[in-house]
Design a protein around this ligand. Structure first.
Ligand code: OXD
Ligand code: MN
Length: 588
């Protein structure tokens, strides 16, 4: 399919290493993918679901020890340890290659090597980049064919260039003790062994589009961010775009596919989804920041997705979707997960493959990090701009975490550098998207802690420099927190579609058409300026409680930040140190 010698030589070397029975190039044709689906069903790797209710949909179960990203076993293998920084695990590249090659050696014996040429971003777009993933998993091929653009056209667009990302995935024996997800930013290379879970093995996603791409972005003057992108269309038909960074499993997919509250719909407001997880952003010829979603599908968290929380996502998953680690309803050969509806199947199989009665069982039918892999084109609110490759201009950048206290519903940073500070101090309670304890507060700057492929201090510096280049064309930066709890532990803000009320305030701030109160942390809305029309059981007094800034809580926060900042040593940009100092001053 190609005469590119850098591609052919590398594949030859990898072939010698892993020793497959045969090599199959993925050409992107529907016939080839359909044959692979049939093969995966014949071996039990996938289960074909009810063709009438869920046409073209499949179920896959991973090994029970392999259900989430393994941050503890994810490494940045830069030549110098310092370049990986304090937020990454580091391994010496020479040592890492040796260890990985020992594990990978001969591991494809009796298996097929699939060669997946893929493009992150529409093929040929100036934003896009090419990768090649080698894998011994049909599940990976079929997921990559949903999540990225794959096949011949990608190789044609690459031509003879050596500028592509090498990716080797070996399932091996799915041995937890030998599971490694390693990145070699200086070699444009990713090697993942002993896993079959999406985030560890769909190498276009976290590994390339965030870890490797963030490194490329720093060197080439653009940004790869853990951000959704959405467009808000007002009744006049104008669309303004927002990108927003939230840690994993904090509702990015729900926000990206938001359905406006009834009153807004009646007036003619619409929300368009450009992306739900990753944004690649460049300064355009007009000096503004433009963004594309490099992915072609959604790898969304299934539990909690329902007719009310995210009808667009639910609809998106009704055809051509691969479900992973959800419950299998044997009565009608469909799928179920916690939070789908109040009617769990009685005659089912749980995510571990055991018989399961949802009415009587006290174990979960679906893993909390069970997923759907669904084509973006299925989404009823997919933006017209999604596939164009020209990107969309970003008016506002929003940061947000899961914080029970302290952080208000929304505030605006004072300027770009203050916004970088706001992103850098993001903290959030951990979720099931990664292995480890859930609900523990951790610092997650820009929601990039698990995904920044180089020293986070340098990453902050890159943000500051991007702001200098953007000047007065820079998007305005905000922070939101949908997750404030009351004394009984209930969420105070209704969230979901009602988040548009907050986005509306954000866009008004961008236009300069609404005032705000200055506080030590930034600009907070006057409660009256957030439209609460049509919201039941929620009044302006309640709103005030989640807009209030308590100086004592923020002083404690500032102390925390001081400690956190120490971890970056002298790589912490002076601008951020100054931001922290002036926050402390304002709090006094
Ligand atoms: C994801 C994640 O899968 O952030 O998007 O874990
Ligand atoms: Mn994510």
């Amino acid at each position: 399919m190609t005469s590119n010698t850098s591609v052919l030589n590398w594949i030859e070397n990898m072939k010698t290493l892993v020793n497959p029975d045969q090599v199959v190039w993925i050409d992107g044709s529907e016939e080839q993918l359909e044959a692979l689906r049939k093969e995966a069903c014949s071996t039990g790797e996938m289960i074909k679901l009810n063709e009438e209710k869920l046409p073209g949909c499949y179920l896959h179960r991973t090994a029970v020890n392999d259900v989430a990203r393994v941050e503890g076993r994810t490494f940045i293998c830069s030549k110098k340890e310092e370049d990986a920084g304090p937020t990454n695990n580091w391994m010496d590249p020479e040592k890492a290659y040796k260890m990985l090659f020992d594990i990978a050696k001969g591991s494809y014996a009796g298996r097929t090597m699939y060669v997946i040429p893929y493009s992150m971003g529409p093929v040929g777009s100036p934003f896009s980049k090419v990768g090649i993933e080698l894998t011994d998993s049909i599940y990976v091929v079929l997921n990559m064919a949903i999540m990225t653009r794959v096949g011949k056209a990608v190789l044609e667009s690459l031509g003879d260039s050596e500028d592509w990302v090498r990716g080797l995935h070996c399932k091996c024996q799915i041995d937890e003790e030998k599971r490694y997800i390693c990145h070699f930013p200086e070699d444009n290379t990713i090697i993942s062994v002993n896993s079959g879970y999406g985030g560890n093995v769909l190498l276009g996603k976290k590994c390339f589009a965030l870890r490797i791409a963030s490194f490329l972005g720093k060197n080439e003057g653009w940004m790869a961010e853990h951000m959704l992108i959405l467009g808000v269309e007002n009744p006049q038909g104008e669309v303004k775009y927002i990108s927003a960074a939230f840690p994993s499993a904090c509702g990015k997919t729900n926000l990206a596919m938001l359905i406006p509250p009834e009153g807004y719909r009646e007036k003619g407001y619409k929300v368009w989804t450009v992306g739900d997880d990753i944004a690649w952003m460049r300064i355009g010829p007009d000096g503004r920041l433009w963004a594309i979603n490099p992915e072609n599908g959604f790898f969304g968290v299934a539990p909690g997705t329902n007719e009310k929380s995210n009808p667009n996502a639910l609809y998106t998953t009704q055809k051509g979707t691969i479900f992973t680690n959800v419950a299998h309803n044997l009565d009608d050969n469909t799928v179920w997960w916690e939070g789908l509806d109040k009617n769990p199947p009685e005659n089912a199989v749980d995510w571990k493959g055991n018989p399961w009665n949802g009415k009587t069982s006290d174990v979960k039918g679906a893993h909390p990090n069970s997923r759907f892999t669904a084509p973006a084109k299925n989404c009823p609110c997919i933006s017209e701009e999604f596939d164009k490759g020209t990107g969309v201009p970003i008016s506002a950048i929003v940061f947000g975490g899961r914080r029970a206290q302290t952080t208000p519903l929304v505030y605006q940073s004072r300027d770009w550098n203050n916004g970088v500070f706001v992103g850098s101090i993001m903290a959030s309670e951990t979720t099931a998207a990664a292995t480890g304890a859930v609900g523990v507060l951790r610092h997650d700057p820009m929601a990039m802690k698990p995904f920044c492929g180089y020293h986070m201090g340098d990453y902050f510096q890159h943000w500051i420099e991007m702001g200098q280049k953007l000047g007065d064309k820079a998007p305005k930066i905000f922070n939101v927190n949908w997750f404030r709890l009351d004394e009984e532990g209930h969420f105070i803000w209704p969230g979901f579609g009602d988040n548009l009320r907050v986005l509306e305030w954000i866009l008004k701030r961008c236009e300069g058409s609404v005032d705000a109160q200055e506080t030590p942390i930034g600009y907070v809305p006057y409660a009256e300026d957030i439209n609460l029309e049509g919201l039941k059981d929620f009044d302006v007094e309640t709103l005030k409680t989640i807009l209030e800034i308590k100086n004592d809580e923020w002083s404690k926060e500032a102390e925390e930040i001081t400690e956190f900042y120490k971890t970056f040593g002298d790589k912490l940009p002076a601008e951020l140190q100054a931001q922290l100092a002036s926050l402390k001053e304002r709090l006094q």
